[in-house]
Design a protein around this ligand. Structure first.
Ligand code: FMN
Length: 171
């Protein structure tokens, strides 16, 4: 699958087949995040990759929207330092989004689904992952081959109309 097809095929996958993800595919997905751009090239991120079923089940309890993590084949936790100020907070969130999307596209290209989750209970998430108190577990990205149907370009994505979103020259 090329980049354009991967962009069109990516969707949130929350049910996963039991097929394992190879080490090399997992490394490639992580490398995509590692290569992502960041403000001032700060790279205010660490990625904690988890494939232990017990840990994944525990992680699925850190947020009401994290239930899919329990059945993921692996999950990447995106961790950032506690932001020093409002500006860093804003930039770090932007940067995390770029790293997440790079990983999601790399995964999609391999036929592997991704499912975001926010994190509610920071103390619990930090304890499960051994993350120090001066860091935040910002997001989880569940990974696995989709249980429903393979990833392929979506003809009509659930989005606001293109012509409403895109402004040419002026608002
Ligand atoms: C910042 C962010 C946080 C999200 N948090 C969750 C979440 O906690 N749980 C979840 O199931 N999906 C979560 N999602 C997935 C979105 O609901 C999903 O991307 C959106 O509905 C569009 O669907 P699509 O990804 O299939 O195109 C999150 C997505 C983003 C970008």
């Amino acid at each position: 699958m090329d980049a354009w097809d991967a962009i069109r095929a990516r969707r949130n996958v929350r049910t996963y087949s039991p097929t394992p993800i190879s080490e090399s595919d997992l490394d490639r997905i992580l490398e995509a995040g590692w290569r992502a751009p960041s403000a001032k090239n700060d790279q205010h991120w660490d990625f904690v990759v988890v494939d232990d079923r017990g840990q994944l089940q525990e992680l699925s309890t850190v947020w009401m929207g994290a239930r899919h993590i329990a059945s993921a084949r692996a999950t990447i936790a995106l961790v950032i330092p506690q932001p020093a100020d409002e500006r860093s907070k804003l930039l770090d969130q932007y940067d995390l989004g770029q790293a997440t999307m790079a990983m999601a596209i790399a995964a999609t290209e391999l036929g592997i689904g991704t499912g975001h989750s926010a994190v509610g209970d920071q103390d619990r998430a930090r304890a499960i992952l051994g993350v120090p108190d001066d860091h935040l577990v910002a997001y989880l990205l569940g990974l696995g081959y989709p249980a429903d149907r393979p990833l392929k370009p979506i003809r009509n994505p659930n989005r606001r109309p293109f012509t409403e979103v895109v402004h040419r020259g002026r608002w």
